[in-house]
Design a protein around this ligand. Structure first.
Ligand code: SF4
Length: 448
């Protein structure tokens, strides 16, 4: 049966939000009876979901389109770079169709044109939680698309438009389906999770006979009913974020916040046009930690932004000392085609940017290492990702997949652990990124 189904190859590039788009398209393809195949040679047509965030991603996307054209010849392009069709057509005039992010309908129409569906609803089974590209036990939950801010270094709003939130009942139903399908950890993603629902005027919806506002706190309360881990990404330090900290302290959602601060100097934050660029950020961070001592804070920063002085950079180092963040990513500023910041005066010379980046990373590495070392002797609840020989590789509440550290459980195989299982781990060692320890219970825990 399946040999006769039309076959689609799929290349997924970019961030977790693009991954969610890919999952939706793949699910729809399967619903309509298409087979998804892993090689260009087996595919009748190839869909490339592109990223256009920074110049390197544009190059990677154009290269991926070129490779798919060379290997297969029939290529449909979608995703962020699809917002700049002229750039794609210039490099690859022979692509069949181009559409932007979240434009599932255009992708499906292009597939239908290139390759008519052959649907047999009795034979084609799709799990009702859809198809996922992440391992079965965690899933990204996209709550909105687009962004109302206009950070001067970012072109996402021009590619994805203003904020469009999904109504809270729709998100909760999707989360419920995912958990029923075996997902143990929900990763809430958007461009600005703290702005969730503002475009819908925080509309109230009903889910499981209860009313929820389309708002970050109510969403977290709903998600906490599902018995899975809930992790929040891309939150800005607005005052109302204070409201979700008690849910973290009560163990309802993970005590974890991913807050892209980007800088600490008020003048640079103003030049960046950052949301939530308030003077009180540090006080807010301290207050959150007092309310929820287990809180893990992850952030990203840009060093060498145009006009950044040595004194402003040093204020950023001081901020790191005081804020004591757990996980930090940093980039030397690089102009993005089309971004407003490109017009700012006083670019920082490349060697100064690199020197500042190295100093920044050195300081944060010491802070992160000390914070991990302080966990030695504690017991951390972990979620097992995979088994490698004798060791189970897991993550604690402090570790988001792909971007944070890992917990290596030395007696993982002996304890009979399996991916997707929760286990308590006694921490015995640490390094700059990861923790090491032993499962407290030597027998496999039931899958929660
Ligand atoms: S908040 Fe700023 S950096 Fe984030 S997507 Fe919106 S404009 Fe871009």
């Amino acid at each position: 049966m399946s040999l006769q189904n039309p076959k689609v190859g799929f290349v997924s590039l970019g961030c977790p939000k693009a991954l969610v788009d890919s999952e939706r398209i793949l699910t729809q393809l399967r619903v309509e009876g298409y087979d998804i195949v892993p090689t260009y040679q087996d595919a009748d047509v190839v869909v490339v979901n592109t990223c256009g965030f920074i110049d390197a991603a544009v190059t990677e996307s154009l290269d991926a389109i070129g490779e798919a054209l060379a290997e297969n010849g029939k290529v449909i392009v979608t995703g962020c770079l699809g917002k700049r069709p002229e750039q794609i057509r210039e490099a690859h005039p022979e692509v069949l169709s181009i559409s932007g992010p979240q434009d599932y309908q255009s992708v499906m129409e292009a597939v239908h044109t290139a390759l008519p569906p052959k649907h047999d609803p009795f034979l084609d089974l799709v799990p009702d939680y859809g198809l996922k590209l992440t391992p079965r036990h965690y899933a990204y939950l996209k709550i909105s698309e687009g962004c109302n801010h206009r950070c001067s270094f970012c072109i996402i709003p021009s590619m994805r438009g203003d904020l469009v939130s999904r109504p809270v009942d729709e998100v909760l139903r999707e989360a419920e389906r995912l958990v029923k399908g075996g997902v143990k950890e929900l990763l809430v993603v958007s461009q600005d999770t703290s702005a969730y629902g503002v475009d819908l005027k925080y509309a109230e919806r009903t889910w499981r006979d209860r009313t929820y506002a389309t708002r970050m706190k109510a969403l977290c309360e709903g998600l906490s009913e599902l018995g899975a881990w809930t992790r929040l990404h891309y939150v800005y330090p607005y005052p109302h974020v204070d409201d979700v900290i008690p849910l973290m302290a009560e163990g309802k959602i993970l005590p974890y916040l991913d807050i892209p601060f980007q800088h600490a100097s008020p003048r640079i934050l103003k030049l960046m046009k950052r949301p939530g660029a308030v003077d009180k950020t540090l006080e807010r961070v301290q207050r959150w930690k007092a309310m929820c001592p287990d809180l893990t804070l992850r952030s990203t920063f840009i060093v060498g932004f145009p006009g950044e002085t040595e004194a402003e950079f040093e204020s950023l180092l001081d901020f790191l000392d005081e804020a004591q963040l757990d996980r930090v990513g940093a980039f030397a500023y690089s102009p993005v085609d089309g971004a407003a910041a490109n017009a700012l005066p006083d670019p920082v010379p490349e060697e100064v940017k690199q020197e500042r980046l190295a100093r920044f990373m050195e300081k944060q590495a010491a802070i992160s290492a000390a914070r991990l070392e302080a966990k030695i002797g504690t017991v951390q609840r972990c979620l097992v990702d995979l088994i490698e020989d004798d060791i189970a590789v897991a993550r604690s509440s402090a570790d988001a997949p792909e971007i944070d550290g890992l917990v290596h459980i030395q007696n993982g195989a002996e304890a009979g652990l399996r991916p997707g299982q929760f286990v308590d781990v006694e921490i015995t060692e640490s390094d700059e990124h990861d923790l090491f320890g032993d499962a407290v219970i030597k027998q496999a825990l039931p899958v929660v």
